[in-house]
Design a protein around this ligand. Structure first.
Ligand code: MG
Length: 205
């Protein structure tokens, strides 16, 4: 399936808001990553020269199954056909500087290879409100969270987004990361897992 866009939700778990000095959002914070950032299991996350403090963010990705515009929360999940594991790789120093100066952080989030995505699995039968997410670096657990701790649920996110932005089949909606984000460096092996959904491993180059 073609991906026309990756829509990301920022700050959707309280502890991650605290660790990044952000404010509790009243509405979802929405940003985009370009489809060109997607890589698959076994491919390298490449940190360009001069880019500092690149961090991992394990997230539940919702894959849109049919064109979705202005849907209610109760019908929203019917538009999600699959789910996957996503790693919203972020150049944190660049993002922080953009936030400080009030400028967009597109580049900090949108670099090539900054979107590891696992093979999608059917959403049917999964309870999206109770999925265990982990992220390991070189075998050491850095993130250990559960989608039950989201501020904005997957259904709410899809409904909210659809009021403003049509999502197309194949589009990816990344639902935010729990706490524990940390720097990854060249040579590290990064494994993001959601129990019952999948796992994706990428080396940092
Ligand atoms: Mg994120």
């Amino acid at each position: 399936m073609t991906v026309s866009k990756i829509v990301c939700i920022g700050w959707n778990y309280r502890p991650h808001i605290i660790e990044t000095d952000a404010e509790l959002p009243k509405e979802p914070t929405v940003f985009l990553k370009p489809p060109s950032c997607i890589i698959h299991d076994g491919e390298d996350i490449v940190i360009p020269d001069g880019v500092t403090n690149v961090q991992h963010e394990v997230e539940l990705a919702l894959i849109v199954g049919k064109r979705c515009h202005d849907v209610t929360e109760s019908e929203a999940l019917r538009y999600i056909s699959h789910v996957a594991v996503f790693n919203d790789v972020t150049a944190r120093d660049m993002q922080s500087e953009a936030r400080r100066t009030g400028n967009p952080w597109s580049l900090a989030k949108g670099m090539d290879t900054f979107g590891p995505l696992s093979d999608p699995v059917p959403a049917e039968g999964l309870d999206l409100s109770s999925l265990h997410l982990t992220l390991k670096v070189n075998g050491e657990v850095r993130q250990d969270g559960n989608t039950k701790d989201m501020i904005f649920s997957p259904a709410f996110v899809v409904s909210y987004l659809s009021r403003f932005m049509t999502v197309e089949p194949g589009d990816v909606i990344a639902t935010g990361t729990p706490e524990g984000v940390s720097e990854i460096r060249r040579g590290d092996v990064v494994t993001a897992t959601i129990d019952g959904v999948g796992t994706i491993t990428n080396r940092v180059a």
